[in-house]
Every structure is written in C-alpha cells, then in structure tokens.
Design a protein around this ligand. Structure first.
Ligand SMILES: [Fe+2]
Ligand SMILES: [Fe+2]
Length: 173
C-alpha cells in the first residue's frame, strides 16, 4: 500500500489540525461520525490488549508488544483528533471497549506467548476487515483517508509480525 509501517508515530504538525466537514451533507457527516466512532473504540481496545499482554520479563516479545501498543496509541489519537476536528465527541460506550481489551489482554497473557500471538492475529484480522469496510462505505476527506489507510497498513504489519513469531518461536524470548 506504500505506507512506511516502521514509522509507528508519524509527525503531526499544528497546521494539519483543521475544522472539517463544513458543507458536507448530513448523511455524509453521519457516516463519518459512525466510522470514526468505530475506529476510535477499536483502537482503544487494541491499545489495552497489547498493554495488558506485556509482562515484566526482558524478552523480544515484550519489546514487540510495546511497539505495537505505542502504534495503537497513535491510531487512537488519530481518530480522537479527527472526531473533534469534525465537531463530534467520542462514543459514550468507549469504556466498554477498554474493558474488552483488558479482558482479552490479561486473559491471553495468562495462557502464554502462543495465545498472546494468536489473540493478536485474530483481533488484527478482524480489524483490517473492519478498516476495509469503512474505507469503502464512508466518503472520507482526502487527508483523513490517508490516516485510515496508513493505520490499516500498520494492522497488516502487526499480523505479519505475530505470524512470523508464531512460525519461529525461538525468536520470541
Ligand atoms: Fe490500530
Ligand atoms: Fe494493530
């Protein structure tokens, strides 16, 4: 897709923050709001999953999980910022996604590295599918679309990383 997925927190300059959506039809704005709510809550969940999977052991898996957590925090900030640029507020139900992420993260951590990796692959596969649906269904403004595409590319990168570690468990720790 042409996005640099080694860049887990791209630079964002103050002039890139704008008021968006002026002149958009109510239907277009409603779809944008729904799409941004879906992505923001999904990223809250993803951040919490990785955060709760990290243990205190110094090992490669924890370093990979920390990088993924940081990347998901960037995604969450991307969509939270876009919500406010459009004059929307985050979903009132976002705490539920925080709880689900906490449960998935801690639950998989208790079951060991293989379960951690499999949970990551499962969640990220759902995420990229969701991203594809929203990229097709929502009429994004050009600048916001770049964020959605870049963040989806990051999720594909996470799937590849976890699959690679599952195939080579000697690289986990
Ligand atoms: Fe993400
Ligand atoms: Fe991800």
């Amino acid at each position: 897709m042409g996005y640099d997925i080694s860049l887990i927190r791209p630079e964002l300059r103050v002039e890139q923050i704008k008021s968006r959506g002026v002149g958009f039809t109510p239907e277009r704005k409603a779809k944008l709001k729904k799409g941004l709510h879906a992505l923001h809550t999904l990223e809250i969940m993803a951040t919490n999953i990785y955060k709760c999977q990290i243990t205190s052991r110094p090992c490669a898996l924890n370093t990979h999980l920390t990088a993924a957590m940081c990347n998901e925090m960037t995604h969450m900030q991307d969509f939270q910022t876009k919500l406010y640029e459009y004059g929307f507020k985050p979903s009132k139900l976002r705490w539920l996604y925080w709880v689900v992420g906490y449960v998935f993260g801690l639950g998989s951590r208790r079951l060991g590295p293989r379960r951690i990796l499999k949970t990551g692959i499962w969640v990220e596969t759902k995420a990229v599918h969701h991203y594809s649906q929203l990229l097709a269904a929502v009429e994004w403004d050009d600048e916001t679309r770049v964020f959605v595409e870049k963040d989806q590319a990051d999720e594909y990168g996470h799937i590849d990383r976890w699959k690679g570690l599952l195939d080579h468990p000697e690289n986990i720790c």
